[in-house]
Design a protein around this ligand. Structure first.
Ligand SMILES: *[C@@H]1O[C@H](CO)[C@@H](O)[C@H](O)[C@H]1NC(C)=O
Ligand SMILES: *[C@@H]1O[C@H](CO)[C@@H](O)[C@H](O)[C@H]1NC(C)=O
Ligand SMILES: *[C@@H]1O[C@H](CO)[C@@H](O)[C@H](O)[C@H]1NC(C)=O
Ligand SMILES: *[C@@H]1O[C@H](CO)[C@@H](O)[C@H](O)[C@H]1NC(C)=O
Ligand SMILES: *[C@@H]1O[C@H](CO)[C@@H](O)[C@H](O)[C@H]1NC(C)=O
Ligand SMILES: *[C@@H]1O[C@H](CO)[C@@H](O)[C@H](O)[C@H]1NC(C)=O
Length: 546
């Protein structure tokens, strides 16, 4: 008995366990760059797209505050937070470790009570705005993998902007605006991340969700929602990461959206807790941040699964014979083809797009992919491609063979760059055609491929001039036009259109000259005579044998 269902299940299990050997950890995580495979040719490597694990990126950043002297405590001052009992009548003194609030405290371990925090000096110069820029730099491209969370101990600012740079701080773009009143602060309609769709995901929004410090006094965090944005492609619980990866693979803008080298938190107006600022007690207004959470991974262009922090600098440990801080180019001797980023597709293993060794030869052997062999011609001191394929020819296989023409909308390295001229062998003079595929036609023939006839011509293994028809070129004297090519004449007529009598009164053709004197009516008599003569001659010659 056969159990096809059972058999295929078994086959599936074999295939699965085979796959598990190659991908030891959960698939779709791209955490393996290569694995050994055992084949008929022995042990070889199988290369895969790979990326480092996501991790806490705050351990690797440099922080810079603007203006530089904005941290409280120099000179010492007392302050009193609006709603926080731990923060009233406290003193900030930069020179006393227990009373100092330096920027590092934004990134230290939280979980103690009271928490440790960075704090700015208070709003003594009101109504001049209290502005602080906090710039976080990695000197490395980083891909964000989770929400950015900023925890304020002083009430969340009434206005702030989160900005990003992708070019090490040379240029900046806003990531998100935050305000108690978006229209008033930034003349933007208030939105939330839930207003975004797959099509508007890259829109920069202003949100009022994270600014109302004293309405929601226990909520101290300002969030930049990465996961909600991922969810637009990967589904609510990010269960379909394959879909997100597929999208990231094909949409550079999307990939870049989540990629940063620097972040900047622009604090524009502290929490006041009221519409009016208490001008007599400005020590109530300041910024204090206890924690910043940033999860991400080194961007290694899917060519590394490890990123090292060495000498204060992050860099990818590049595989696939790539190099550079982001594995962004091929090693010097592995430039046999152009570098390219690894691909998440096909799911789940992706494509490594490894760099391959340089072509051998005194100079680069460039054949647009139509040959992988070159030959050095000493006499000309030059290298030419050998055996160009795909109907190409020339030093770099950059021309089309005779009988083919160049498809100008295809790239030179396209396998189908040369198109067959397809000249009709009967209608054209040769196999050659011009740059738009027009062949060279014989007389009477036309059309791009020389397979049509000019007026007055007929196709018969090429175009032949029309001899007769039933109109102007009518066969004469009862002749019948045969295929427009010839007149079938009655016995006594000849000529292209049967226009000539075979034996006219005035004189006949040379071949009939012997009977010139005879009228056509006499011909049967002559024939009879001839037959008689033949019979007689035959009778004489045959006698002896009788
Ligand atoms: C903060 O950065 C902005 C550029 O985005 C700059 O114009 C501004 O002067 C900076 N503010 C401070 C206080 O340095
Ligand atoms: C950033 O990294 C590069 C090397 O990739 C190094 O030359 C440069 O000095 C670093 N810049 C900073 C500010 O650390
Ligand atoms: C400032 O405000 C705090 C708390 O609201 C209060 O305890 C303090 O007395 C005020 N100081 C002045 C000078 O008004
Ligand atoms: C680089 O290329 C060499 C030669 O093809 C190969 O042996 C080696 O495994 C490659 N390295 C990586 C990391 O792919
Ligand atoms: C020429 O190449 C383009 C691009 O590859 C292709 O779309 C087109 O069909 C080709 N034309 C012909 C006639 O083969
Ligand atoms: C090819 O020949 C045709 C017909 O003579 C002409 O219309 C066309 O412009 C020619 N193309 C080129 C590239 O010379």
């Amino acid at each position: 008995m056969h159990f096809p269902g059972l058999l295929s299940l078994q086959a599936l299990w074999v295939a699965l366990s085979h796959a598990m050997q190659h991908y030891p950890s959960v698939w779709g995580h791209y955490d393996v760059c290569k694995s050994q495979i055992y084949s008929d040719e022995g042990i070889t490597w199988d290369y895969m797209a790979c990326q480092p694990e996501a991790t806490d990126m705050t351990k690797y950043l440099k922080v810079k505050l603007d203006p530089p002297g904005i941290t409280c405590g120099d000179p010492p001052e007392t302050y009193c937070a609006l709603e926080n009992p731990y923060m009233c009548n406290n003193e900030c003194d930069a020179n006393t470790p227990e009373l100092a609030h330096p920027p590092e405290l934004m990134f230290d371990f939280e979980g103690r009570n009271p928490t440790t925090f960075w704090q700015s000096s208070s709003w003594k110069k009101y109504p001049k705005p209290l502005l602080v820029n906090i710039t976080l730099s990695w000197n490395k491209t980083v891909e964000l993998t989770d929400d950015i969370l900023i925890t304020f101990e002083s009430g969340r600012p009434e206005q702030m902007v989160l900005e990003k740079s992708l070019d090490y701080g040379r240029s900046w773009q806003p990531y998100q605006f935050y305000a108690t009143d978006c229209l008033d602060a930034f003349t933007m309609e208030p939105k939330t991340v839930h207003d975004l769709t797959q099509h508007t995901l890259l829109d920069i929004i202003c949100t009022e969700e994270y600014s109302r410090g004293y309405v929601w006094k226990y909520d101290k965090t300002v969030r930049f929602e990465i996961k909600d944005r991922f969810a637009l492609f990967a589904g609510p619980r990010l269960h379909n990461m394959a879909s997100l990866y597929g999208q990231l693979d094909t949409t550079k803008n999307l990939r870049d959206f989540f990629t940063i080298t620097d972040l900047r938190i622009k604090l524009l107006r502290p929490a006041t807790g009221a519409t009016m600022v208490d001008e007599d007690n400005l020590s109530r207004y300041f910024y204090a941040i206890s924690d910043i959470k940033i999860q991400g991974r080194c961007k290694c262009n899917l060519h590394a699964n490890t990123c090292v922090f060495d000498g204060g600098k992050l860099s990818c440990e590049c595989e696939h014979n790539t190099t550079g801080p982001d594995c962004g180019r091929c090693k010097k001797t592995y430039q046999g083809r152009a570098w390219s980023v690894g691909s998440y597709l096909p799911i789940p293993k992706g494509t490594a797009n490894i760099c391959i060794p340089n072509n051998p030869g005194p100079v680069n052997c460039e054949c647009f992919g139509h040959s992988n062999r070159c030959s050095y011609i000493e006499l000309l001191n030059t290298v030419i491609c050998v055996s160009c394929k795909h109907n190409t020819r020339g030093q770099h296989c950059q021309l089309c063979r005779l009988g083919y023409y160049r498809n100008t909308s295809a790239d030179l390295d396209d396998e189908n760059v040369c198109i067959d001229c397809k000249c009709n062998p009967f209608g054209s003079d040769n196999v050659r055609c011009n740059g738009t595929g027009f062949c060279e036609c014989k007389k009477g023939t036309t059309g791009p491929k020389c397979d049509e006839c000019l007026p007055g011509h007929l196709w018969h293994n090429g175009c032949q001039p029309r001899v007769c028809d039933n109109e102007l070129l009518r066969c004469q004297n009862g002749g019948v036009c045969h295929n427009h090519q010839r007149c079938q004449c009655p016995v006594s007529y000849t000529g292209i259109l049967c226009e000539k009598q075979k034996c006219e009164n005035g004189g006949c053709d040379d071949s009939n000259s012997g009977q010139g004197a005879l009228s056509p009516s006499n011909c049967p008599v002559l024939l009879l005579l001839l037959l008689l003569l033949t019979a007689l001659l035959q009778g004489i010659s045959c006698h002896p044998t009788l």
